[in-house]
Design a protein around this ligand. Structure first.
Ligand code: CA
Length: 225
């Protein structure tokens, strides 16, 4: 899951990034409105956290422009305390939810999770394929009842695959949702991580493999080839 944070207050933006990274999200930050709009338009995010008062281009304008361009990425707006007008206008221009500053991080996390669930096929917090399950709240991964320990990136990669069962994902699509903008990723990196995942998720089990390579296209997870 990849999140864009558009917030000019560095302290708040950095705290959100740090907190979300601990929850296995890949996070990019834009410290001004124009950069935020450019990233939001050019990259494929799962959620955008958007402050309203920003230099260059304000949050309302960014939201309006994105929706106008048929970009439907869920947007969580950050509004200042007491600005009821902002909340109403934010929802009018196409934001999906808002959060009043100052907020507790757990509250932000709950909103982000709700927004990512809303857009995905599964409303449950547990993704399951065959005997493999991934709990997006506790980060527990199990196969046939046995617990599997994954690193942060392995988990993010498995979650990305499991949110798209039986669908081929290209390396670029995988990179777009699992790594942030600053990350030094080569297509080969995806192969390497797929290898790590296979070693933990498929190889130790005496059942058919779930992670498949589709030559020339990418990868998919599912029971069939
Ligand atoms: Ca601001």
């Amino acid at each position: 899951m990849r999140v864009l944070v558009v917030e000019d207050e560095h302290r708040i933006a950095n705290a959100i990034k740090k907190g979300l990274e601990l929850e296995y999200y890949a996070v990019d930050i834009a410290y001004d409105g124009q950069q935020g709009f450019d990233l939001a338009s050019g990259e494929d995010y799962d959620v955008i956290i958007l402050d309203i008062m920003l230099p260059e281009m304000d949050g309302m304008a960014i939201c309006r422009e994105l929706r106008h361009a048929k970009n439907h990425t869920p947007i969580l707006m950050l509004t200042a305390k007491g600005q009821l007008h902002d909340r109403v206008e934010g929802l009018n221009v196409g934001a999906d939810d808002y959060l009043v500053k100052p907020f507790a991080f757990v509250e932000l996390l709950a909103r982000v999770r709700a927004l990512t669930r809303r857009t995905k096929s599964s409303l449950s917090s547990v993704l399951t394929i065959s005997g493999l399950s991934l709990n997006t709240v506790t980060f527990e991964v199990k196969r046939d009842g046995a617990q599997i320990k994954l690193s942060t990136k392995e988990y993010a990669l498995l979650e990305c695959l499991m949110r798209n069962p039986d669908r081929i994902l290209t390396k670029d699509q995988i990179i777009a949702h699992v790594w942030n903008y600053d990350a030094d990723v080569l297509p080969n990196t995806v192969e390497v991580y797929i290898g790590y995942l296979r070693a933990k998720v498929d190889k130790p089990f005496n059942t058919p493999s779930l992670i498949h390579t589709v030559r020339g296209f990418g990868y998919k997870i599912g029971q069939g080839r």
